[in-house]
Design a protein around this ligand. Structure first.
Ligand SMILES: [Fe+2]
Length: 489
């Protein structure tokens, strides 16, 4: 029997499940809109073995790839481990052999040198290829039909960076994939690799440059003409890692930065704009240029790192309610004199921001995100790496209309939605998301909800029951059936 630590990362909604399965003919309540024909791929961390060290956290758990297939009015689901080199090495031994979160110096001697990424963060679809990503390593390619792992993916041997982040940006007009890796040549390095793959997935450019310091760089953005690299002061240190310490410490007295470069330019053109000290962010809603050439960069910013385990490692003792944030816009003029960002609040606190893929890098007048219902009586569902699951979906309108909200009942929680465009002119499309319902101390049920993206307050138009326990998802990706038919060989 596998015995896991009884910490927040392994109990309740976070309790390990570790089962691969295929379930067909899921019960559908309501009707699936005809626009929603495709597969919702989801990244779900789930440890195959109890960890080597009890202070293990959810971000370090083995990646599983889940598919929720909504095709031809029918629904099915599957779950598979990503068969990473690390997963295979641990399966062979029947126990954990890799040590602390992103600290290779704590691994068993005989696995040193084996790729230690768990590929647990985002399923990325580009040019007919499905990749499972995590920012500490290269992606793994997955067969979108069978969910079997096809191996570590290095863009046909062209990629030099040792890492690729889980947040990429695809230009809706050119179909190019813009992406980056940090700690590109090893843990605690300041090297950032910036890559572009063309619409066919061929890596056409890789350039390296230095960050102001080694920071956790989870996400980035593009505009029509620029690539934007935010730096928040969650930092690493090689000596600390060598001593078996934490990969990340958050430094409240250190500046944040926004690196701005022409997206097809040379990395020598990166201009660093200074931001506030001590702030943190995991996800950006998007970025765009205005008529005056200024760049607006919208992010789910908080006053400290949102992960309790990183705050604890940093000696930052804050109550949950002291962690505050907002959808925050940083504006910079890439050709202007100012050397600091100008900050404006444009939305509420929350995370998992979504805009239509067609608006990537362009001005957008609406978007969606998850937040906590401020009027909720009682605690949120406990789960995920932060310790609390979001319980309200918002549609934000940047033209001045009031926000739309879909609050859940107590004991229910949202995972990050994906947006599915509509073929009907003027229709904002659909959001597809997994909703958890707590039915007992350690009992949960789950369903996939389809929500009218332009009328979220109306609630789901369809609910598809998922008759299996699910752990919290990190990120998902929607792939329409028409694109799946063109999967690369
Ligand atoms: Fe993320």
């Amino acid at each position: 029997m596998k015995v896991y630590p009884q910490t927040v990362h392994f109990v309740g909604l976070n309790a390990p499940i570790g089962e691969e399965y295929d379930i067909g003919d899921l019960a559908i309540e309501g009707s699936i809109p005809s626009d929603v024909d495709g597969v919702f791929f989801r990244a779900v961390p789930d440890p195959a073995h109890p960890p080597k060290f009890d202070d293990d956290n959810l971000l370090s758990h083995d990646g599983m790839i889940s598919a929720v297939r909504l095709q031809g009015g029918r629904a099915s689901t599957s779950m598979r481990y990503v068969k990473t080199a690390r997963y295979l090495a641990e399966q062979k031994a029947g126990r954990a052999r890799f040590g602390r979160y992103r600290n290779p110096f704590t691994d068993d001697d005989d696995v040193k040198g084996i790729d230690r990424t768990v590929a647990n963060t985002t399923p990325v679809w580009h040019a007919g290829r499905l990749l499972m990503t995590k920012e500490d390593g290269r992606p793994y390619r997955i067969d979108p039909e069978t969910l079997e792992t096809l191996g570590s993916y290095d863009f046909g041997g062209k990629l030099k960076s040792e890492t690729v982040t889980a947040h990429v940006r695809i230009d809706p007009q050119t179909g190019e994939l813009f992406f980056f890796g940090y700690e590109a040549d090893g843990v605690a390095s300041t090297k950032i690799a910036y890559m572009i793959a063309d619409k066919d997935g061929t890596l056409i450019k890789e350039q390296w440059f230095d960050a102001p310091y080694c920071a956790m760089m989870h996400d980035f953005t593009i505009t029509e003409n620029y690539a934007l690299f935010p730096i928040y002061p969650t930092t690493s240190d090689l000596e600390r890692l060598k001593q078996g310490g934490d990969h990340w410490i958050h430094e409240m007295e250190r500046d944040s930065w926004l690196g701005v470069m022409p997206r097809y330019g040379d990395v020598s053109e990166v201009r660093w704009f200074k931001g506030p000290k001590g702030v943190s962010c995991y996800h950006m809603m998007g970025a765009f240029e205005d008529a005056e050439g200024r760049i607006h960069f919208d992010q789910c910013l908080s006053n400290v790192n949102a992960f309790p385990f990183i705050r604890e490692a940093s000696g930052i003792h804050m109550q949950p309610w002291e962690v505050q944030g907002a959808l925050t816009r940083w504006t910079v003029d890439p050709k202007g004199e100012a050397t600091e960002v100008a900050e404006t609040i444009v939305g509420p606190p929350g995370d998992f921001p979504v805009i239509p893929a067609a608006m990537q890098g362009r001005p957008y007048d609406h978007g969606w995100m998850l937040t906590m219902n401020p009027e909720m009586k009682g605690p949120p569902v406990f789960g995920g790496p932060v310790g609390a699951m979001f319980n309200m979906l918002l549609r934000l309108d940047f033209k001045g209309a009031p926000p739309q909200a879909l609050p859940l009942a107590p004991g229910m929680s949202f995972n990050e939605p994906v947006h599915v465009p509509s073929s009907e002119a003027g229709h904002e499309g659909w959001l597809v998301t997994i909703v958890d319902t707590q039915t007992g101390e350690n009992d949960f049920t789950h369903a996939c909800w389809i929500i009218d993206a332009g009328n979220v307050g109306a609630g789901p138009v369809a609910k598809i029951a998922i008759p299996h326990r699910l752990r919290p998802q990190v990120h998902g990706w929607w792939v329409p059936s028409s694109q799946l038919a063109n999967a690369a060989a």
